[in-house]
Design a protein around this ligand. Sequence first.
Ligand code: HEM
Length: 267
Amino acid sequence: MNIFHVLFKSSIGKKVIMALTGIILFGFVIGHLTGNLQIFSHPDKINAYAHFLESLGPALWAIRLFLLAVVVLHIWFAAQLTLENRRARPVGYDKQITLRATLGSRYMRYSGVVVLAFIVYHILHFTVRMTHGPEAYPMTILADGAAVRDVHSMMVLGFQNPLLSVFYLISVGLLSWHLNHGLVSMFQSLGLRTRVWTGALEKVVAAICILYFLGNAAIVVGVMSGQVRIQNPQVAGYACRTNCEICGARTAEAITESAETSEDNQS
Ligand code: HEM
């Protein structure tokens, strides 16, 4: 039996593929959250970061295609394993008593489907930028004079809509729940979940997933509560206070002042 057959045809091989694709997707969501948390810093930070990613050009497309392939493999093998389980027990139990399976494990499929629907909407919202009108996708100027997409304002404008924010919170909550079960299963599939440290592993994984949820929720709640606000004077709803700690030099007064200074210098 060759390695290809073991990996793609046997149940354990499929579980290993689920585990490996899962860890890649987990790495992506953690990296993505780390990037998004820059929203709490000066707007130039997250805007320059988004601009840098965009400037990768073909390399960014290679990463996107790779991630898409990983998502497809993850879903494909999840479906295969589900079908295998059903085939192995075509007639359900008279009375199903769940001893060890957690709520998360039984609802992995459902949370997975909602997360997938969220990702599709999310990409249309922030990457394809087609769910809202052009005013929701402004531009800005970085300190070095480069004109870039104002991802900071785009996120704030998005989460100022309470319905959308609740949708994001529920989706990220379900994703965290999905990750909680997925990560523990991953250790099991890779043979790394031993009796000795199962308890500790489950606690560490739960803590990581709670932190992951809180990190994402902080962004949404930060906008809803007005802590994170529009800091681009060209965007409707510009709400930065004069001498605001974050965008100080960017307040309307400062911009007028610097325009006047440059006029004085020219005359
Ligand atoms: C509160 C939570 C989240 C926020 C604020 C957020 C924010 C963003 C933003 C601003 C972009 C566009 C970046 C740009 O225009 O350069 C983006 C893209 C994306 N996000 Fe999220 N995101 C969140 C959660 C998630 C989650 C949970 C997932 C996956 C499970 C995810 C997957 C993606 C993907 C796949 C892209 C497309 C990346 C690309 O351009 O290739 N996001 N997100």
